[in-house]
Design a protein around this ligand. Structure first.
Ligand code: FE
Length: 291
């Protein structure tokens, strides 16, 4: 049975870090979190002049995972454990903050100097109570290693960031089962994606517009579609008369069903744990970036 839609929400334009523009699907006035997901930001798309790009300098995280997906432009990151790297178009970084890291997420130096188009996504995935204090872990996956599958008529393409779709399985490991799929649907095509009944699931339209769910409701660029947990398949189509491709992210995961206490970059289960996180950060227990 196909899932119906519970609500469609317009992403809210806001600023992050040093002042770069994001379209925030949630949290917002209507959706505080969508267990196990805590946040989805679309970074840009924005055309930047030389020297104009801004990022998020040194800041901590504890208790969840941040997933960065670059579509256009380039980012560089460093952290308190001595890791560093660059992310280019199509690359993914799945960072398990666990007990805590301090990291910086900046536009790449060269990109900043030259300017250009910047577009990407950051997703926050909650960790279950038992995993909140695990050792931090990075999964940096270049675009070339991310599985891609096509429908037989080639009208549908999917990048499998997490989970399974159209015969392919992701290379990224997640603590809890998660699906994170990037579909591109040419006009006159549709997808029916299996999503286990117990998963919460939502879609975010990155480009174009399409019809979603049993009701075939229209959703457009910068809108998030939240599905009800009433079926085990999700239907998305790009209509017969559509003029443009539809680019959509489809996400799903088993709700943790645990209390969420969040304060800025920390997401724990209780206020005491949040206070501890703040203390640990202030006392330097999450380290610092010194290179
Ligand atoms: Fe961060």
């Amino acid at each position: 049975m196909y899932r119906t839609i519970s609500e469609i929400i317009n992403a809210k334009t806001t600023t992050e870090g040093e002042g770069f523009i994001v379209h925030r699907a949630f949290p917002n006035y209507a959706v505080r979190d969508f267990d196990p997901f805590l946040l989805l930001d679309e970074i840009g798309p924005i055309e930047l002049s030389p020297g104009e790009a801004k990022g998020a300098p040194d800041h901590p995280h504890r208790g969840f995972e941040t997933v960065t997906y670059v579509l256009e432009g380039a980012f560089e990151h460093k952290d308190s454990q001595g890791n560093s790297g660059k992310l280019h178009s199509g690359d993914i970084q799945w960072m398990t903050a666990g007990s805590g890291v301090v990291h910086s997420e900046m536009p790449e130096k060269e990109f900043t100097q030259k300017g250009g188009r910047l577009h990407g996504f950051q997703l926050w995935v909650n960790l279950p109570k038992k995993d909140k204090m695990i050792a931090p872990r990075y999964q940096d996956v270049p675009s070339s290693k991310i599985p891609i599958s096509y429908s037989s008529d080639k009208k549908v393409r999917v990048k499998i960031i997490a989970g399974e779709s159209m015969g392919e399985t992701s290379v990224i490991e997640t603590k809890n089962p998660i699906i994170y799929l990037h579909f591109t649907l040419q006009p006159d095509s549709e997808i029916i994606q299996k999503v286990p009944k117990e998963y919460n699931s939502f879609a975010y339209v990155a480009k174009g517009e399409g019809l979603f769910g049993t009701e075939k409701k229209l959703a457009k660029k910068e809108q998030a579609v939240f599905f009800a947990r009433d079926g085990d398949e999700i239907m998305i189509s790009n209509g017969l008369n559509a003029k443009n491709p539809l680019d959509v992210l489809l996400l799903g995961g088993i709700p943790l069903g645990e209390p969420v206490a969040r304060y800025g970059p920390f997401v724990m289960n209780t206020q005491e744990e949040l206070d501890q996180a703040t203390k640990d950060y202030q006392n330097g227990k999450m380290g610092k970036i010194n290179f």
